[in-house]
Design a protein around this ligand. Structure first.
Ligand code: UD1
Length: 323
């Protein structure tokens, strides 16, 4: 199957991952239908796509079944990136997280069944593992989420598998590990790298929640896109893959690295209390994706950070001296 000949729906197309995926797929020559309700997404993220002849955009919500049925015309593949994405926000608003992530995903699956969609690739999360002690995380290890967000992603994965087994829909779940890169927004509910870059730009100290010894397997967006293309082209269905860099970094080391790369070491670090619902360590075993999907991450965290900072400076005309 060649993805460039496909008609693809991207949910959450104006969000961080959805907009990067949309632009890449347009470059490949695919036809894209993008949807977003602008809860997290921004039209600005789709700048280059909006005038593209192969791109159609519809504002709407995945919880609206009739909206989905209306726009599901000859869709071959769905990349389901629309989500309630923040762990701390899910702790404040568990019902909303449940509604968007679980009910929205179920709606999408039901609409896909009705319209004979070929394949759905779902954006899952390392949050499904929770804080179980064994590292790195392998797909078959126990999953004990510790936040409403983690519960919602695990439930969606189960729905992906059930729709594969019961209704014969082709589904794949990709468990992303802390994705970062261009178009990630600096907001209180965004990923830590975008928040810290915002603090660097404002000449503020970086704020670490906790002692900074927690670790994450930060993964550059371009590697996540590679995984999504490989997942669409693979014939397997009902499967789950970890998608990470496979190399964890402590938050304290990440903060120091970001300050060093931007020549802003003088800004320093401030420690705030740990965040409830936070996982301590997250580190992906990506051997299944390497073996079956032929996934091969190309960016170290340092290379990814440089690429992201350069994009940011060009886009927003900031003059950071990146090392
Ligand atoms: C992130 C994603 C989530 C995704 C998961 C796994 C976001 C908002 N969250 O969750 O959607 O499913 O990765 O891919 O994109 N921290 C600070 N200072 C800050 C902000 C955060 O120290 O200003 C710390 C947090 O306490 C945490 C770590 O950084 O220990 C990572 O936090 P965050 O970037 O929010 O990611 P996750 O919660 O891991």
């Amino acid at each position: 199957m060649k993805i460039k000949d496909k008609r693809i729906l991207v949910t959450g197309a104006a969000g961080f991952i959805g907009s990067n995926l949309t632009h890449y797929l347009l470059e490949l020559g695919a036809n894209i239908v993008g949807i977003d309700n602008f809860f997290n997404g921004r039209l600005e993220n789709l700048d280059e796509a909006l005038n593209h002849k192969n791109f159609q955009f519809h504002k709407g919500d995945i919880r609206d079944f009739n909206f989905l049925l209306d726009i599901f015309k000859d869709i071959d593949i769905i990349y389901h990136e629309a989500a309630f994405t923040s762990v701390p926000q899910s702790i404040k608003m568990p019902e909303s997280c449940n509604d968007v992530n679980i009910n929205g995903t179920l709606n999408l699956l039901n609409a896909s069944r009705k319209r004979d969609v070929e394949k759905i690739i779902f954006a899952s999360s390392s949050a499904v593992y929770g804080d179980t002690p064994t590292l790195p995380k392998k797909e078959e290890m126990s999953r004990i989420p510790i936040s409403p967000y983690g519960v919602s992603k695990l439930t969606c994965e189960s729905y992906m598998q059930v729709f594969h087994h019961v209704y014969g829909l082709n589904t794949i779940s990709l468990r992303y590990f802390n994705v970062f890169g261009p178009k990630q927004q600096d907001s209180p509910y965004s990923g830590v790298i975008a928040i810290w870059l915002g603090q660097i730009i404002k000449n503020e100290s970086l704020i670490i929640f906790g002692d900074g010894n927690q670790s994450r397997d930060f993964t550059y967006i371009k590697d996540v896109i590679q995984a999504n293309i490989l997942a669409a082209e693979n014939k397997l269905s009902g499967e789950i893959f970890n998608i990470g860099a496979g190399s964890p970094i402590k938050l304290l080391d990440l903060a120091k690295l970001m300050l060093k790369l931007t020549n802003k070491e003088e800004l320093g670090i401030i420690y705030d209390p740990p965040r409830p619902g936070d996982i301590i360590h997250s580190f992906a075993d990506i051997s299944k994706a390497i073996e079956i999907l032929k996934f091969q991450p190309k960016y170290t965290q340092e290379q990814g950070l440089r690429d992201y900072f350069q994009w940011f400076c060009k886009k927003y005309k900031f003059d950071l001296k990146i090392k």
